[in-house]
Design a binder for this molecule. Structure first.
Ligand SMILES: Cc1ncc(COP(=O)(O)O)c(C=O)c1O
Length: 397
């Protein structure tokens, strides 16, 4: 029986065309290999700080097991408003301009669904988070890449943006600090982008999920620049900085009309984010700052170690200024990203993600997540050094 005759004949054409994530493909390979050190999965190795977990437990103990308002608990929206004003210097009205979501993932999905007409062109910068292109495809938008390079520290340059723009461009998705490169953009760099965006009347969807994990300088949100709040959807969440991936909680801030449009979809599809997660998020914003800073400082130590180790192995690696990813070039080994990552896991039991999982611009790179203990990173680097030297020796035979 051909697959079109089986149950898969019911699957929508545009879903059939969506490839599996390169990360998932890779994890299928990794799963069969025992004792692997994983620098693969992009998630904190820390357990959620106790006070936040306790708030979730208390929420359940108190019997708070019902739906909340579609927009999310007002107390949480008020906390978000204060937090965003203090840390990102943009003021959002908790009544109309903030929507609590199931992670940044849902905020992104709602933002795209609320703004894309079939055929609208959405720009994204590559290498990029694996969800952007399929998410745009799924709502019948046209994704178009802005190619970012190591030379420009994986920032979006005005020239690259101008080259990607067409008459059909409606919006641009920005993600700084970036998964997978750790690239960041300074205020001056963002100002140059914002100028073009204003001139061309483009919407910005800004995914700032790694913003607290900025190691050098101050993180600037493009939403805070003059004339940008009214054309930006600011997406954020708790997964990375507060180590709350399993809580599935995030939020979108933006102009009331756009939040209202997202809310309409949210109320019919999700209703609201989990109640215990919302109460835990309130605690994170009220009292989680110190734990957040402690985790960031620990990531910074690991970053300094891994970047130096990679460079000393001869895999040139720029210094990621944010996120918890190092993105070394493996081009000097003569292997493709997939070959390098595949052989590394089989021969040395170290799992990293091939750079091309993040789009064709990632070919020749490897994503190494340093949200794992320093002991493990040290062993992983020893094994990688041995692997690279064997590849080089093999190559010269
Ligand atoms: C850039 C980026 N945005 C969004 C997400 C998803 O975040 P959340 O857990 O809040 O849905 C991730 C997760 O890896 C990410 O890397």
């Amino acid at each position: 029986m051909s697959s079109r005759e089986g149950p898969s004949r019911f699957v929508a054409e545009h879903v059939r065309g969506i490839p599996y994530s390169g990360i998932r493909d890779f994890f299928d390979i990794v799963q069969g290999v025992p004792d692997v050190i994983s620098l693969g999965i992009g998630e904190p190795d820390f357990v959620t700080p106790w006070r936040i977990r306790e708030a979730a437990i208390y929420s359940l103990e108190s019997g708070h097991t019902s739906y909340t308002a579609n927009m999310g608990l007002l107390r949480l929206r008020e906390e978000i408003s204060g937090y965003v004003a203090q840390n990102y210097h943009v003021q959002y009205d908790p009544q109309k301009e903030i929507l609590v979501t199931v992670g940044v993932s849902q905020a992104l999905d709602l933002a795209l669904r609320a703004t894309i007409n079939p055929g609208d062109q959405f720009l994204y910068h590559e290498p990029c988070y694996v969800s952007y292109v399929p998410s745009i495809d799924l709502v019948h938008g046209c994704p178009r890449q802005i190619h970012c390079t190591e030379e420009s520290r994986f920032a979006v340059t005005p020239q690259a943006l101008e080259e990607a723009l067409t008459d059909k461009t409606k919006a641009i998705v920005l993600n700084f600090p970036t998964n997978p490169t750790g690239g960041t953009m300074s205020r001056e760099e963002l100002e140059a982008i914002a100028k073009i965006v204003r001139e061309r009347d483009i919407l910005v969807i800004s995914d700032e999920v790694y913003s607290e994990l900025t190691f050098e300088g101050e993180h600037t949100s493009i939403a805070s620049l003059p004339g940008m709040k009214e054309r930006t959807l600011f997406l954020h969440g708790f997964s990375k900085a507060f180590a709350m991936t399993g809580f599935r909680i995030g939020y979108a801030c933006g102009p009331a009309e756009l939040i209202e449009a997202m809310m309409k979809i949210h109320q019919y599809s999700m209703l609201c984010a989990g109640t215990a997660s919302q109460e835990a998020a309130i605690e994170a914003l009220r009292h989680g700052r110190d734990e957040c800073i402690a985790m960031r400082d620990e990531y910074k130590l690991r970053r300094n170690y891994i970047v130096e180790a990679l460079n000393s192995i001869g895999l040139s690696c720029h210094m990621p200024r944010g996120s918890f990813y190092a993105f070394p070039s493996i081009a000097s080994t003569g292997l493709s990203s997939k070959e390098f990552a595949g052989r590394l896991v089989k021969e040395k039991k170290v799992a990293c993600i091939p750079g091309n999982a993040f789009g064709p611009s990632g070919e020749g790179f490897l994503r190494c997540c340093f949200a794992t203990s320093l002991d493990k990173i040290e062993i992983a680097m020893e094994r990688m050094a041995a692997f690279v030297s064997e590849v080089r020796d093999g190559g010269s035979k």
